[in-house]
Design a protein around this ligand. Structure first.
Ligand code: GDP
Length: 181
């Protein structure tokens, strides 16, 4: 989705998906407010936050949507994905089952969004080195096979969080600006 007004050149809707507890809310608050919380606070329905960034001299407003994605919220799935130009598909490097579910999230995303949506696979909680259950190589191979980007982050120590969002937003900008006359 591209919008236009005085304050920004482009408005990009980006969605955060992945199992409950992988750190989606904290990635969102780290990127938009530079905040982290140790308490797991279940997202009720949908919430979003924004941050305005500069990409190639253009002002891009990223509107980032987060949801718990629980079964009882299935009714909002369509609204959640509508108009999204990018997605961060998050798993927790210390819980292999959250990585096993990535293919399910990918299928849901592809069923509900534009075929051109850009996707970055995000292995969060990289600070939990001693508890690592998903290797970087395994995740990288999955990303390559599915033609999506990949990065490991820590919302806790802020490592690679800006990079994850900026990589997605910059690639989105490159893709969309190709279609601008
Ligand atoms: P969500 O359900 O996917 O939105 O996950 P939350 O953002 O609520 O995080 C779930 C739990 O994981 C919380 O206790 C967070 O403090 C913790 N958490 C989130 N990100 C990280 C991280 O990068 N490292 C560590 N060690 N814990 C994290």
């Amino acid at each position: 989705m591209q919008g236009h007004c005085d304050e920004y050149d482009y408005l990009y809707k980006v969605v955060l998906i992945g199992d409950s507890g992988v750190g989606k809310s904290n990635l969102l608050s780290r990127f938009t407010q530079n905040e982290f919380s140790l308490e797991s606070r279940s997202t009720i329905g949908i919430e979003f936050a924004t941050r305005t960034v500069d990409i190639s001299g253009k002002t891009v407003k990223a509107q980032i949507w987060d949801t718990a994605g629980q079964e009882r919220y299935r009714a909002i799935t369509t609204a959640f994905y509508r108009g999204a130009v990018g997605a961060l598909l998050v798993y927790d490097i210390s819980r292999h089952n959250t990585f096993d579910n990535v293919s399910r999230w990918l299928a849901e995303l592809r069923d509900n969004s534009d075929p051109n949506v850009l996707i970055i696979l995000v292995g969060n909680k990289s600070d939990l080195r001693h508890l690592r259950a998903v290797s970087t190589e395994e995740a990288m191979a999955f990303a390559e096979k599915n033609n999506i980007m990949f990065i490991e982050t820590s919302a806790l120590d802020a490592s690679n969080v800006d990079d994850a969002f900026m990589l997605l937003l910059t690639e989105t900008y490159k893709t969309l600006s190709t279609f601008t006359p």
